[in-house]
Design a binder for this molecule. Structure first.
Ligand SMILES: C[S@@+](CC[C@H](N)C(=O)[O-])C[C@H]1O[C@@H](n2cnc3c(N)ncnc32)[C@H](O)[C@@H]1O
Length: 249
């Protein structure tokens, strides 16, 4: 188990060390050094007052629903962790509903048969959005304890007249080690993991599907690492746009 995977509190030095090792294996010391410098530079740039102000642009959902899912109030510490895993950014509600409509309309997915799992669920925005659909259950898997705790608070106080699923849970865990439930699943990925971790998570998914054969659908929003899913022999792309890709097992 990587050192970064303790769920109580994460530590920055082991996080950076694991990141460094993975980058050196992938592209060598020189490229890893350049990427490290670029990452720190991006973190500092992202900490300027104007960039911090601009992050409040995602607040409409929170105002309407009286929750806190914005990326604007994430602490410096958690943003720094984010630079070495993947930064927190909540899903845009209208795009989420567009993706759900495509799954139901074009691909006839019967949500009531599926567990919705958000890999890298952050403060839980996508979990709350998914609650508008009649899923069997909704599970979020989030690495950072502070974001997971905020997701739990949001789940507890969320109220919506359009809510159809009430079995919502946030789990604080490393997605690379998550045990998938033995039920049909819709996996939601919004850039949760860097490449190596995404490959690991998909390998676990494949083993789980071999052990307990069942339907699994992957909805990949902003598919920056689409090649990783294309490489996996057990998933077949069935549709999408430039903003998302849909795969079936
Ligand atoms: C782009 S955000 C997506 C947030 C959420 N899914 C949404 O759509 O509103 C990616 C999230 O993945 C989390 N993450 C990064 N690495 C992870 C890992 N190994 N296991 C679980 N979560 C992880 C980050 O902390 C961050 O909250």
């Amino acid at each position: 188990m990587p050192d970064t995977a303790h769920n109580s509190e994460l530590r920055i030095v082991p996080t950076i060390r694991d990141w460094w090792r993975a980058e050196v294996v992938k592209s060598g010391h020189f490229q890893a050094s350049l990427k490290f410098a670029a990452t720190i530079f991006e973190f500092l740039r992202d900490s300027t007052p104007s960039r911090r102000r601009s992050r409040y642009g995602d607040m409409d959902f929170d105002w309407d629903r009286r929750v806190d899912t914005t990326g604007a109030t994430v602490s410096h510490r958690d943003r720094l962790f984010g630079m070495f895993h993947s930064p927190y950014q909540p899903t845009e509600p209208s795009l989420f509903h567009e993706m759900m409509e495509a799954l139901a309309g074009d691909f006839h997915l019967d949500f009531s048969q599926f567990v919705f799992i958000d890999i890298g669920s952050g403060k839980g925005r996508a979990l709350l959005l998914a609650a508008d659909y009649p899923f069997k259950r909704i599970i979020g898997v989030e690495l950072l304890p502070a974001l997971h705790r905020m997701a739990e608070e949001n789940i507890a106080k969320y109220q919506s007249e359009s809510q159809k699923c009430f079995a919502i849970e946030s789990v604080c865990a490393d997605a690379r080690e998550f045990s998938f439930p033995a039920e049909p699943m819709l996996l939601y990925l919004f850039n949760p993991l860097p490449e190596t971790a995404l490959r690991q998570m998909l390998a676990n998914l494949e083993s789980s599907l071999l052990e307990h054969p069942r339907p699994a659908c992957v909805l990949y929003h902003n598919p920056l690492l689409e090649q990783v899913l294309a490489d996996s022999s057990f998933l077949k792309k069935i549709g999408g746009t430039h903003q998302y890709a849909i795969y079936l097992s």
